[in-house]
Design a protein around this ligand. Structure first.
Ligand code: NAD
Length: 238
């Protein structure tokens, strides 16, 4: 396939690649995304995921929030797939500067990536909203219902809920990486969740690559569009 060969060549020639990804990067690890046919939005719940994982819903009904969150958003058994592993390899080779992700699953770090900017936080970090004590994912899974701290405070995942703002430092660092990038590879994201999707506006180069198994609103802006499963694509080029 001509597109794969072109991407392979661009990667060979560069030492300043930045990757920006979304839920589609982890579907091949068995974690559903939000918008594909078999994704979370197409399942049957009393409320849509966007409502349940919003700040106001969490405040109003933490029991229901945690029921959904634990059942549908935590995948402690998931393992990195070929896309996560390829990105970690490119970083180790000195070619890739950073992974910027909308995912909260921690699979890039599990694959060995070091510079991972998590725009929407991580399920692996949880804090007591009263005393600030830290809890890991296993702690949350071990507690029934709404997890509580030893001090009695409620524990909240360090995940950006709908209606909440993103961490400004993470955004600024992402903008800096993207501005300076030689190649920006965008993969497995519907590019519909803002402000994250707006980050690609900061890219100044001429090697914007989109890898997705469906069309995105940004396809016409890309210099190279590869339609396919991202793990399979990366397995062929790295
Ligand atoms: P999205 O669900 O809106 O879009 C996913 C996109 O990836 C779709 O365009 C889909 O066609 C594509 N895709 C799915 N599997 C793919 C594959 N194997 N190869 C290539 N493309 C594939 O996801 P989004 O754009 O990341 O935005 C939704 C929000 O959902 C984000 O804020 C994210 O934090 C959150 N989310 C995260 C996880 C996770 O951490 N793994 C999972 C679900 C949702």
């Amino acid at each position: 396939m001509q597109e794969l060969e072109r991407l392979k060549q661009w990667i060979q020639e560069s030492d300043n690649i930045v990757f920006f990804g979304g839920a589609g990067v982890s579907t091949e690890s068995g974690i559903p995304d939000f918008r594909s046919v078999d994704g979370l939005y197409n399942q049957q719940y009393e409320y849509p995921p966007e409502t349940i994982i919003s700040h106001s819903f969490y405040m109003r009904n933490p029991e229901e929030f945690y029921r959904f969150y634990k059942n549908k958003m935590l995948f402690p058994e998931a393992k990195p797939n070929a896309a996560h592993l390829a990105l970690a390899k490119l970083e180790a080779q000195g070619k890739l500067r950073a992974v910027i992700t909308q995912n909260i699953d921690g699979l890039h770090q599990a694959a060995g990536s070091r510079e991972v900017l998590e725009l929407h936080g991580s399920v692996h970090r949880n804090y007591c909203t009263r005393c600030g004590k830290f809890y890991g994912l296993d702690d949350i899974l071990a507690m029934d219902g709404v997890p509580h701290c030893s001090c009695g405070g409620k524990i909240k995942p360090d995940v950006v809920l709908y209606e909440e703002g993103l961490d400004q430092k993470t955004i600024q660092r992402s903008v800096d990486y993207i501005r300076q990038a030689d190649i920006l590879i965008v993969g497995g994201t519907s590019l519909t969740v803002y402000p994250a999707a707006g980050l690609i506006d900061y890219y100044n180069g001429k090697k914007l690559v989109l890898i997705n198994r469906s069309v995105t609103p940004m396809d016409s802006r890309a210099n190279l569009v590869i339609c396919g499963k991202i793990g399979e694509v990366f397995a062929q080029i790295v």
